[in-house]
Design a binder for this molecule. Structure first.
Ligand code: 13P
Length: 258
């Protein structure tokens, strides 16, 4: 399977989200085989977007969540509230939150554990900065992020897990990672996951690539067996671009099923 995750970030209000959700669903029309679609709107638009996607195969994701079910946590949103809104997936540890809001490895670990305990699928984001890549530390950074985020997680008894490899330098820059670098890092991430979860059945984790994915480069990533899908930011709010990405995923799946 191939998964296309749309992270609308803080770029659309409620009305625009409804229109974008409708248009995003239309991109699935008329295809023999369709990718899994996960739409992550801003919190304020979740309930309206839910109405739009209700009778479709698309899933709704949140862009963040807190690690307690309820309590005195001003401004936070719990997984239970999200589940009530039909949210099945949650982005955790996005680099924008790590960098702009000081989200720590410990907080990310608590969120992953909590999401899984609530039967929500975490989309754990990892990735190195430019300086770290230039210094040759990309793998070590990603390995450390995975180890700390997944501390204490028992995947074989809990749900499934998505890991999104999003090199920080490729986010919102039009400078995506090369397909070769992505394949290499995805293989490495898979090997780390297999070491952390020796008993997990094949297919329990999916590895996505994110960072300046657009209509032009999506096919190149998606056709690779190592790439289970893409996590799309800017191009997910430009419907023509998004349509091309969904079509690229559908073409890959159609070729595989032919
Ligand atoms: P861009 O697609 O805008 O580079 O953003 C990627 C991202 O951060 C998705 O979570």
């Amino acid at each position: 399977m191939k998964t296309v995750v749309a992270n609308w970030k803080m770029n659309v209000g409620v009305r625009e989200s409804v229109a974008l959700a409708r248009a995003s669903l239309l991109t699935l029309r008329g295809r023999k085989v369709i990718p899994d679609l996960v739409i992550c709107p801003p919190f304020v638009a979740l309930s309206e977007v839910r109405k739009v996607v209700a009778r479709s195969s698309a899933n709704i994701g949140a862009q963040n969540m807190f690690w307690e079910p309820s309590g005195s946590h001003t401004g936070e949103t719990s997984s239970r509230m999200l589940l009530e809104l039909g949210v099945s997936h949650c982005l955790i540890g996005h680099s924008e939150r790590r960098v702009q809001l000081g989200e720590t490895d410990e907080m990310i670990n608590k969120k992953v554990l909590h999401a899984l305990s609530e039967q929500m699928t975490p989309i754990l984001c990892v990735g190195e900065s430019k300086e770290q890549r230039v210094a040759g530390d990309a793998r070590a950074v990603v390995e450390a992020q995975l180890s700390s985020a997944l501390r204490g997680v028992r995947l074989h008894t809990q749900g499934s897990l998505f890991v999104a490899y999003e090199p920080v330098w490729a986010i919102g820059t039009n400078d995506s990672a090369s397909v070769g670098d992505v394949i290499e890092m995805h293989r490495f991430i898979r090997s780390v996951l297999e070491r952390i979860f020796p008993d997990a059945p094949a297919g329990q984790f999916s590895i996505l690539y994110g960072g300046s994915v657009d209509g032009e480069n999506a096919y190149g990533f998606l056709r690779e067996a190592e790439v289970d899908g893409v996590l799309v930011g800017s191009a997910s709010v430009k419907i023509n671009q998004f349509k091309e990405i969904v079509e690229a995923a559908a073409e890959v799946l159609e070729a595989q099923s032919a």
